[in-house]
Write a new protein. Structure first.
Length: 224
């Protein structure tokens, strides 16, 4: 009887230790690194790995800035980071991917003073180190992402995620490093841990998290 109880106790301890060990391994933070001075993303997207760099393995990426006007007749310089997939975009493996990250908008009070309000210094000032604001439910302005991946050969592998269809309470979007690359460009490195959502009609579903590193090349270019 005692041996049976002892065996049961050992088995219970083994299960607890094994369960705790597995749980700890699953929640252990991972480091997602990228090469220096390149436009890149190294992320886990709802459990799916994404590691891409501009000009590597067929990926093309850029940071694009443009002048836009809102419905309230307010002017902004809008900057976006996006990657377009040219990997497998052919007849044999038609895969289409667009990964879009919205960067901070710069308000322009007077378009006639654009050359004085929009300079390398005023642009780079939008990227201070530290925690950044994310757009989401109840927060109209801030960083957000729109990801789409369509695999026409295996639609089960396709997905579309965003960060704006739900709240981002408890999420992190942080600038961990800012490096001067040229007089008119900087490298901005982000550490992110935020919620992802999908939408079908009016139905919004949380799909998991986006965790890892995003590295942007923010370049000042004169706007027409």
């Amino acid at each position: 009887m005692k041996s049976s109880l002892f065996f049961a106790w050992v088995l219970w301890i083994s299960i607890c230790v094994g369960g705790c060990s597995t749980s700890q391994e699953l929640t252990e933070p991972q480091k997602f690194l990228v090469s220096p001075n390149v436009l890149a993303m190294n992320l886990s997207i709802a459990g799916k790995p994404l590691s891409i760099e501009n000009g590597k393995n067929g990926w093309e990426g850029q940071t694009h800035s443009r002048l836009l006007v809102t419905r309230n007749n307010e002017w902004f310089v809008n900057s976006n980071l996006y990657f377009v997939d040219v990997v497998g975009a052919n007849a044999t493996t038609p895969i289409y991917a667009n990964y879009f990250v919205s960067l901070p908008k710069m308000e322009i009070s007077d378009t006639s003073r654009l050359t004085t309000e929009y300079t390398p210094q005023t642009l780079f000032a939008l990227f201070p180190k530290g925690k950044q604001v994310m757009q989401g439910k109840g927060v109209p302005n801030g960083y957000h992402v729109l990801f789409s991946y369509v695999n026409t050969q295996d639609m089960a592998k396709s997905y579309g995620y965003n960060t704006i269809d739900g709240d981002q309470e408890g999420s992190k979007w942080e600038i961990t490093a800012v490096k001067q690359l040229t007089p008119t460009s900087i490298v901005v490195t982000y550490s992110v841990d935020c919620k992802l959502y999908s939408r079908i009609g009016d139905v919004v579903k949380m799909e998991g998290k986006m965790i890892g590193t995003i590295q942007a090349i923010v370049q000042y270019k004169k706007l027409k």
